[in-house]
Design a protein around this ligand. Structure first.
Ligand code: ADP
Length: 546
């Protein structure tokens, strides 16, 4: 090699960033750190990172023994459990792709996803057996179903199915050879819920998952430590539980997995008995917890921080956690296509001084700043970058090593000439770099040529003491094209009039943002990840209001 060539060469080690290294790290350096999971019968199971890694190797050994090639998609239809985490590390360590399926989806959506991914095996919770059996006749690529339980837990099984414990009982962990492949190898697959058209697959590589772990683990973002106990309420089928099982392994945190019980009483019990310091979920879960806490006059005594994302966090949630329990709220924004972390509302930088309460709250309700590893721009409809003045809204576009370039089985690139992916969200960025989501582009209300932020009106309306949930949707209007309509679900036992809500909003929003109508509903339609489904509301009210 010439002298020049040796200077130019990369002289550092070829350390492929494959996710099995996370399990090996946790096994070697945090081996005795506990992992706790709630079983289907409510009992608590305990293991640790060392034992989990060994059992994950047994899963890999089974895949090796069955001749499953690298790159094969292996589905999971399961809640967060110890066996589910073992399966995911075992599948990925082998170089196969872990495709987490959301059991709350409709059969047709699951059938589409399984067929599109061509899943060959599915690991499922015994509780989902009847659902699996409804799907299977329509999913010709699936050869085997493994029920994540003890022998017999899923009942008497056909020849094409087995119990997890039976499957791995005799598997020799030494037969697993983890890693030893390129970091560009696919590791995991998640589908977007498909609020428009068919669901789209987002295939993460080992490299993108490892970088997402490092990016979101930074101190101002999820910032977990070996001293943390982490409760992953957010399910693994919701964008890989926002990466928490990876981040916990990297940090050596204690990991708590809630199984199927996500009601207020069960979540409270785990938070307190396991000494949880950090947790994460969509807002609806926390609403259930708060209802339980206030009914029973209970306090959270160990929790320090909670990440809330997936839809906008309300003023009431921030106050409930902060003032009621001394818990810091990290409001996060992201999406399946971003692995998912995009921004987090970490504490204000010192340059902002010591803000007063209303400024602090305003910042806490914004979606936050980007970590290193995510770049973001807001543009006009023509693609022109908009100023970071906190006022001018634009289409939010993102780039980074853990952000999608193209969808699974799609030839078309999904990024613009500068390499940015259009998130479909609309928002502003202020001079301090804080992003505020004002809408999803498909939920936008355009009245007289100007955008009205449905999210902002919802946040304020849901702070009305009688309101449990609020949604703002666009209704067609002959003069203004669209006008906002406020839909409210009241707290149990409450009655209210439209005028009460109009009065409550007065002075808090611009006059021309005032919803023309206020309607009360008994139930809000929620999608499969617990988010409000405005599509259903729009369909319902556009037909009743021609
Ligand atoms: P989908 O809900 O379409 O399946 P995701 O679960 O990936 O997809 O959700 C991504 C979307 O959720 C974002 O594009 C955004 O509209 C919304 N979202 C996520 N976090 C927040 C937040 N903190 N505030 C407001 N909207 C959010």
């Amino acid at each position: 090699m010439s002298e020049q060539a040796s200077f130019d060469a990369d002289l550092m080690q070829q350390w492929e960033m494959t996710v099995d290294r996370l399990a090996v790290h946790a096994e070697r350096w945090h081996g005795r750190r506990e992992i706790v999971g709630r079983l289907a019968d409510g009992q608590i199971a305990r293991t640790n990172w060392a034992a989990l890694a060994q059992r994950a190797r047994q899963v890999t050994a089974v895949l090796v023994a069955h001749g499953i090639p690298m790159g094969t998609r292996i589905g999971t239809l399961a809640m967060n459990s110890i066996r589910h985490v073992e399966t995911w590390y075992g599948v990925m360590g082998h170089g196969a792709v872990c495709h987490t399926l959301n059991p709350r989806l409709f059969d047709d959506q699951l059938i589409y996803m399984i067929n599109h991914a061509e899943d060959r095996w599915i690991f499922a919770d015994p509780a989902f057996r009847s659902q699996v059996e409804r799907l299977l006749p329509h999913c010709p690529t699936v050869e085997k179903v493994i029920y994540l339980g003890e022998p017999g837990e899923a009942g008497v099984l056909p020849a094409t199915a087995t119990d997890y414990e039976t499957l791995i009982a005799d598997a020799d962990p030494a037969m697993a050879r983890w890693g030893h492949f390129s970091e560009r190898t696919p590791a995991a697959l998640c589908y977007t819920s498909g609020t428009t058209g068919n669901p789209k697959g987002v295939q993460y590589s080992h490299r993108s998952q490892m970088l997402h772990t490092l990016i979101s683990g930074q101190r101002d973002f999820l910032g977990l430590s070996a001293r943390d106990t982490l409760l992953s309420v957010v399910p693994m089928f919701h964008v890989n539980a926002w990466g928490l099982p990876y981040i916990a392994a990297a940090a050596g945190s204690k990991l708590v997995l809630p199984g199927a019980r996500l009601d207020g009483a069960s979540v409270y019990e785990l938070l307190e008995t396991e000494g949880v310091t950090f947790t994460a979920a969509v807002p609806t879960v926390w609403q259930l917890l708060f209802d339980f806490l206030s009914e029973n006059k209970l306090k959270l005594t160990t929790l320090k921080r909670v990440a809330i994302g997936g839809s906008a966090c309300t003023d009431a949630l921030v106050r409930g956690f902060r003032d009621g329990h001394g818990v810091e709220v990290l409001h996060a924004w992201g999406m399946t296509e971003m692995s998912p972390i995009g921004t987090i509302s970490g504490p204000l930088p010192p340059s902002l001084g010591d803000p007063d309460e209303s400024t602090r709250m305003a910042y806490n309700l914004k979606q936050g700043r980007v970590p290193f590893g995510v770049d973001l721009k807001i543009t006009s409809e023509e693609g022109v970058r908009q100023p970071h003045d906190g006022i001018t809204p634009g289409h939010i576009k993102v780039s980074g090593p853990a952000i999608l370039e193209r969808y699974f089985r799609d030839d078309k690139s999904a990024v613009d000439a500068e390499g940015f992916f259009d998130t479909g969200d609309i928002g502003t960025v202020d001079p301090h770099g804080y992003l505020q989501i004002t809408d999803r582009s498909k939920d936008l209300i355009k009245s007289g040529g100007e955008w009205i932020s449905s999210v902002e009106i919802e946040n304020i309306a849901s702070g009305h003491p009688k309101a449990l949930m609020a949604a703002v949707i666009a209704m067609p209007h002959p003069k203004w094209r669209e006008r906002p309509m406020l839909v409210v679900k009241l707290r149990p036992g409450q009655t209210a009039t439209a005028a009460e809500f109009h009065d409550f909003l007065k002075g808090k929003i611009a006059n021309w943002w005032m919803p023309d109508e206020v309607t009360f509903v008994d139930e809000m339609p929620l999608g499969a990840t617990g988010k409000l489904d405005k599509k259903v509301l729009r369909a319902r009210f556009t037909t009743t209001h021609p």
